[in-house]
Design a protein around this ligand. Structure first.
Ligand code: UGA
Length: 336
């Protein structure tokens, strides 16, 4: 199969390229403007196309059997600072890619987000792909433009599917974690990347580990390696056509205020040294700016994915332990 991965230079894309190349069954074309995260990932079955993701050449779509679209801004600080940029890239650009797939009759695997489910629910509920209502915050909390743009994209693709115009699968990721996620920041800085990168920076340098709004929100974290095998199951299963899937590990649900000590323990285990950082509470508006609002995300139902024969394999300790060791090694703090 010829697979085009759009946004191959990002965290998810670089792992997907590596995973699919190791399987040795497919030809991969990876498109991105940057290839830093792809360094060392190579092989005769892989071609890198350096291009702005806003201008995907027709030939990349035309020559593929399957297009995997990973293009998106996916850091909450960007939703607050640049909502129109988020709309343009996450909706307009992706809509154009869906149109290219329709034009050339190509299968599309579109990465969406767990955020489409929106705001909090009673704690005993779970998210079902085809049943759960989506509850968005007010327009004046501009952080929701991300979830709404992704949700509308899903709906437009589904509508084309109803007309028989596109063969699609939509993926809703729940907080993937692994090496090469985001980028490290100076300890103590606010906004910027996701929670792992902030906490890792605090572990490496010492300083505050900010618990936004007390760290009361839950997240369900999934190993990037489990995310790769889940995508493999989608590629291998004709039943995944015209379907939406949660990609998550419901057993890995944790409150952010409990994640901080977990990462501190894993750091100590790996280095033999006590971390020099301190969990510190901060408000969401101070950390992200005006227009931020959080959700308390509950675990996904993954029975649709399990029906394809897939199971998650990595728990929180392994997922965060591996990733922390990767960054410690990069920083020269440990050798293995
Ligand atoms: C982001 C994206 O918006 C989602 O679309 C995407 O699905 C998700 O990442 C993902 O990786 O799958 P979010 O879960 O809010 O969403 O990502 P984080 O920035 O990692 O925040 C997680 C929680 O940690 C939030 O409650 C946030 O307020 C908190 N946080 C973040 C801290 O307490 N401290 C920090 O230093 C950073």
């Amino acid at each position: 199969m010829n697979i085009a991965i759009l946004g191959a230079g990002g965290f998810i894309g670089s792992h997907l390229v590596e995973h699919l190349l190791a399987r040795g069954e497919h030809s991969i074309v990876g498109l991105d403007i940057e290839d830093e995260k792809l360094q060392g990932i190579e092989g005769p079955a892989f071609t890198f196309v350096r291009s702005d993701v806003r201008e995907v050449p027709d030939s990349v779509v035309r020559d593929a059997d399957v297009v995997v679209d990973l293009i998106a801004y996916a850091n909450p600080s960007i939703y607050v600072e640049s909502p129109l940029e988020v709309f343009r890239l996450n909706f307009m650009t992706n809509l154009e890619i869906a149109n290219q797939c329709i034009r050339y009759g190509k299968r599309l695997i579109q990465y969406s987000t767990s955020e489409v489910y929106g705001k909090s629910r009673p704690p005993d509920t779970v998210y079902f792909e085809d049943e759960t209502d989506m509850i968005m915050g007010p327009t004046t909390k501009q952080r929701w433009i991300y979830a709404v743009a992704k949700q509308l994209l899903e709906r437009v693709i589904h509508a084309h599917g109803l007309l028989g115009e596109i063969d699609y699968t939509i993926v809703r990721p729940f907080n993937f974690i692994g090496p090469r996620i985001d980028y490290l920041v100076p300890a103590g800085s606010m906004g910027g990347p996701r929670v792992f990168a902030h906490f890792m920076s605090a572990l490496l340098e010492g300083g505050p580990m900010y618990l936004v709004d007390g760290g009361a929100a839950h997240r369900t974290f999934m190993s990037i390696y489990d995310a790769n095998t889940a995508l493999q199951a989608i590629l291998d299963s004709p039943a995944a056509s015209q379907q939406i899937y949660n990609f998550g590990n419901p057993d890995n649900n944790i409150m952010i205020r409990d994640l901080a000590p977990l990462m501190m323990d894993l750091y100590q285990e790996a280095t033999g040294q006590a971390p020099r950082c301190e969990p510190t509470e901060v408000s969401g508006e101070t950390f992200y700016g005006e227009g931020y609002e959080d959700m308390d995300r509950i675990p996904p139902d993954i029975s649709k994915l399990r029906a394809l024969g897939w199971e998650p394999t990595r728990d929180l300790n392994e997922t965060f332990g591996d990733t922390i060791r990767y960054y410690l090694k990069e920083a020269g703090r440990i050798s293995v």
